[in-house]
Design a protein around this ligand. Structure first.
Ligand code: AMP
Ligand code: MG
Length: 419
């Protein structure tokens, strides 16, 4: 297993602006997974581990964009209609098999190779057939309805680069150049724990004073969408020895250990001491809300990510901080969440110097333009507010007061993590 060389999660103690922390981190992380070859059918959603270079033109030959008649443009009378004998027929997959001659027209179908030398195609519906002859109207431009060899991909083009998460369009593109297997990164192996004596598994009873474990399930669902190989390691008690034993064991065969809860530096928060026994831990104090400190560290070869316990904070810090880290460790480069400016229907007051992510729904104003509304609850433990939201409105560090109608950056959940 490849190791992250330096202490890549080390940071000073000061409250760090989010963008600075994330761009700094991006320079320190590297891919920790191996590669494997998979069939195209298995490759969707995986991260490509090679540059895909085309050894051919796509399309391989000039071809017709329509059903109709192929001609030499030089045979056409610019001022009158032209009559030409129809002396051949080419359907898709069936080339003419001889050179075309000036003075003839060839019936052609969409996708059929252009007869050599012919450069222009009349659409079926624009011409009249008269026995063996075709009557062609004047005025068609040279090259009309002809598609060029290599107009999609040229020999030698790099069509998809190493580090790209493969969407259906990339899978189709790979097939179009004749590739049936691709080298991709093996899935990142992530072990997931919850922590807390009060946290109970939803398969059993929640004793007096206890709550059911929400985080492990939202986190595992997020990880599945990232194509991670997830190991569910259950709930850790608020006990340093038990936590360090479980983390130490999991560190040997996972790339990442992920916990939630136990990192808020209270008396019953034992993650820090447990991780410090086995490796290093840093509490990232980012200037963000929601997001109590998130803990990042290293236990041997495994990275450690400690999310906050409150279910909203756990999800939001996963989406905004853990997710880019995991993607990068898994070989993906160039990930960027979708962000667009959208007007709000709410006013908002906040502390200057801090970035806030507000749970919002996306609707529209009376004219059909997009409009963001704030979800009525904003507590870090109110998970229904995540369920009731479509995404996050990002209110920047400089803003202290936002007036209704002002535009903010909208980050849809679907653009943050779509699978
Ligand atoms: P902690 O960071 O451990 O102090 O937890 C902060 C809050 O989040 C407390 O109210 C916890 O009960 C709650 N919490 C911690 N872990 C979970 C979890 N897995 N599911 C739901 N709530 C949790
Ligand atoms: Mg706790």
């Amino acid at each position: 297993m490849a190791q992250l060389k330096d202490d890549c999660f080390a940071f000073g103690d000061a409250l760090v602006p989010f963008d600075d922390a994330m761009s700094d981190l991006a320079t320190r992380l590297k891919t920790v997974v191996e590669t494997e070859a998979v069939s195209l059918i298995e490759a969707g959603g995986r991260v490509l581990a090679e540059d895909l270079v085309s050894d051919r033109n796509v399309p391989p030959h000039d071809n017709s964009a329509v059903d109709g008649y192929a001609v030499f443009f030089s045979d056409l009378d610019p001022d009158h209609e032209t009559r030409l004998p129809v002396s051949g027929r080419v359907a898709a997959g069936h080339p003419l098999g001889r050179d075309a001659q000036p003075g003839e027209a060839v019936q052609i179908f969409t996708g059929a190779p252009m007869p050599s030398g012919m450069d222009t195609v009349f659409m079926e519906e624009d011409v009249a057939r008269d026995g063996d002859q075709i009557v062609l109207p004047k005025g068609l431009k040279q090259g009309s309805n002809r598609r060029f060899a290599g107009e999609d991909v040229k020999t030698g083009d790099v069509i998809v680069v190493d580090g790209t998460r493969l969407r259906p369009q990339e899978i189709g593109l790979a097939a179009s150049i004749g590739r049936d297997r691709l080298t991709v990164y093996q899935p990142l192996r992530v072990a997931v724990f919850s922590t807390g004596d009060e946290v109970s598994d939803p398969t059993g009873d929640a004793p007096e004073g206890c709550i059911y474990d929400a985080n492990r399930f939202s986190v595992m669902a997020l990880l599945h969408r990232l194509g991670v190989a997830v190991t569910d390691l259950g709930i850790l008690p608020d006990d340093e020895a038990a936590i360090s034993a479980a983390l130490g064991k999991a560190a040997s065969d996972h790339h990442v250990l992920m916990t939630s809860g136990g990192v808020s530096a209270g008396e019953e928060d034992h993650i820090k001491a447990a991780v410090e026994k086995l490796g290093r831990i840093h509490f990232w104090r980012l200037a963000i809300k929601p997001g109590r400190p998130i803990a990042l560290g290293q236990l041997g070869d495994a990275s450690f990510i400690g999310l906050p316990g409150n279910p909203v904070a756990a999800m939001v810090t996963f989406l905004m901080i853990a997710q880019p880290i995991l993607r990068r460790l898994a070989g993906e480069t160039g990930y960027r969440a979708a962000r667009v400016k959208v007007a709000t229907d709410f006013a908002y007051k906040k502390k200057k110097g801090r970035r806030e992510w507000v749970r919002v729904t996306l609707g529209s104003d009376g004219n059909g333009s997009p409009l963001l509304s704030k979800h009525h609850s904003s507590g870090a433990g109110i998970l229904t507010s995540m369920s009731g939201a479509d995404g996050l409105a990002e209110i920047g560090e400089d803003i202290e007061r936002l007036e209704a109608g002002a535009s903010v950056t909208y980050i849809p959940f679907s653009g943050l993590i779509s699978g």
